[in-house]
Design a protein around this ligand. Structure first.
Ligand SMILES: *Cc1c(COP(=O)(O)O)cnc(C)c1O
Length: 327
């Protein structure tokens, strides 16, 4: 693998910690639940986009870029971390956010503004076009924009999660821990593609299960071809001859609730449970939905008491403040 030869810009301290959620495990009377804290990556309030951005910014710098341009929802964790990472790397940052400017900037949007990113609002349906348009406008002014897709989910960003599996392998060995499954929130695919490929190349024996936040498995918009494409392009990038097919991905789409960024009882209960049992915060959009799914699967006895589950906390805690009126 040529993982170590790819351009990379350091943004955080790794490895992220792993600990046992003893109180939660006891309360659930099911498998042992461990958590890997990718919410604690040290940049700009943390989250999974940090690992992707290390490789995306490495490439941006190698390409001679001076500005990062990316897109997402108003409460995008990816956009907030891109703005934070741009500052660290001495790059400018333009964010294309779908939605209209709220009267009070809260959660991630507040942080985007404090970080000094230039924010462009647009409709959801125009988002992809607006992203390219903003990049064109920058280029016309003599800047060198580097466009990062929504969620940083391409083969460059996904390398960050192959690397996370390499990191995890060492950690699990030193802790003498063999999880039967890793669960995490999956949405734009870079995390799941990287983890699944990483599991294959490092020989991880457990299941790598994405809890879908907003993607479906079947139909015209099936997420599986997206995961397959990112994973195989990532394999090429790291010089591995691994080829993954759609059946290699474990994707649970049973917790889509009211849709993207529409948290309900499942999410709010998971947020209260983790805060009140473990003192750990989840975000309403991603991590609370994934944790709500995990807790439901445990209730349904998918795993036995002698099994071990590792939940990857992908961050998103700043989202909480945008839902203050729901608590
Ligand atoms: C973006 C994000 C995810 C999903 O990761 P993808 O690589 O987009 O699938 C999960 N959790 C949080 C908190 C996120 O911000």
């Amino acid at each position: 693998m040529k993982l170590d030869q790819l351009p990379r810009f350091n943004l955080a301290e790794f490895p992220t910690p792993i600990h046992c959620l003893k109180t939660l495990t006891k309360a659930c009377r099911g498998p042992s639940i461990y958590m890997k804290r990718d919410d604690l990556t040290s940049l700009g309030m943390g989250g999974n986009k940090t690992r992707k951005l290390e490789f995306l910014i490495g490439q941006a710098i190698a390409d001679g870029a001076d500005t990062l341009v990316t897109a997402g929802g108003i409460q995008s964790n990816h956009c907030r971390l891109t703005a934070a990472a741009a500052n660290r790397a001495g790059l400018a940052c333009d964010l294309v956010l779908n939605g209209s400017p709220p009267t009070l900037s809260n959660g991630n949007l507040l942080l985007d503004k404090i970080l000094g990113a230039r924010v462009h609002y647009c409709d959801r349906k125009n988002r992809d076009a607006r992203l390219l348009q903003v990049a064109d406008e920058l280029a016309a002014k003599g800047n060198k924009p580097f466009v990062i897709p929504v969620g940083g989910s391409n083969s460059i960003g996904s390398v960050g999660y192959v690397n996370a599996m390499v990191e995890l392998k060492d950690q699990l060995e030193s802790m003498d821990l063999k999880p039967d499954a890793i669960l995490f929130a999956s949405s734009s695919g870079g995390t799941q593609a990287g983890l699944t490929l990483g599991a294959r190349v490092t020989g991880f024996a457990g299941e790598v299960m994405g809890i879908s936040i907003d993607q479906t498995k079947t139909g015209d918009n099936s997420f599986l071809p997206v995961l397959e494409k990112i994973a195989n392009e990532t394999a090429q990038r790291i010089g591995s001859d691994t080829v993954l097919t759609q059946t290699d991905f474990s994707l649970n789409c049973d917790y889509l609730g009211g849709g993207y960024a529409q948290p309900g009882e499942l999410e709010f209960n998971a947020i209260r449970d983790l805060a009140q049992l473990e003192g750990i915060f989840l975000g309403p959009v991603y991590t609370a939905r994934a944790m709500g799914g995990l807790l439901d699967l445990i209730q349904k006895k998918v795993w036995t008491k002698d099994q071990t589950i590792l939940f990857l906390h992908t961050g998103g805690t700043p989202e909480l403040f945008a839902w203050a009126d729901r608590f």
